[in-house]
Design a protein around this ligand. Structure first.
Ligand code: SF4
Length: 62
């Protein structure tokens, strides 16, 4: 499981940055970027995004 940010949809509003309990998201060049070493894939940021830019990836990580 992975969390993905669609950089075309992201407007850099930073709503996800505020809700992430692990401080895993930062804004880089105007778009959210997730630090996978901090993320625990709880999915809290997904509904927080007003632009639907964050989603779980289909891709399985082994
Ligand atoms: S899934 Fe959870 S820990 Fe990972 S970036 Fe989103 S809010 Fe933060």
């Amino acid at each position: 499981m992975k969390i993905l940010v669609d950089r075309d949809k992201c407007r850099g509003s930073g709503e996800c940055v505020k809700v992430c309990p692990r401080d895993a998201i930062s804004l880089l060049e105007g778009a959210a970027t997730i630090d996978e070493s901090k993320c625990d894939f709880d999915g809290i940021c997904i509904p927080a995004c007003p632009h639907g830019a964050i989603s779980f990836s289909e891709e399985e990580v082994e």
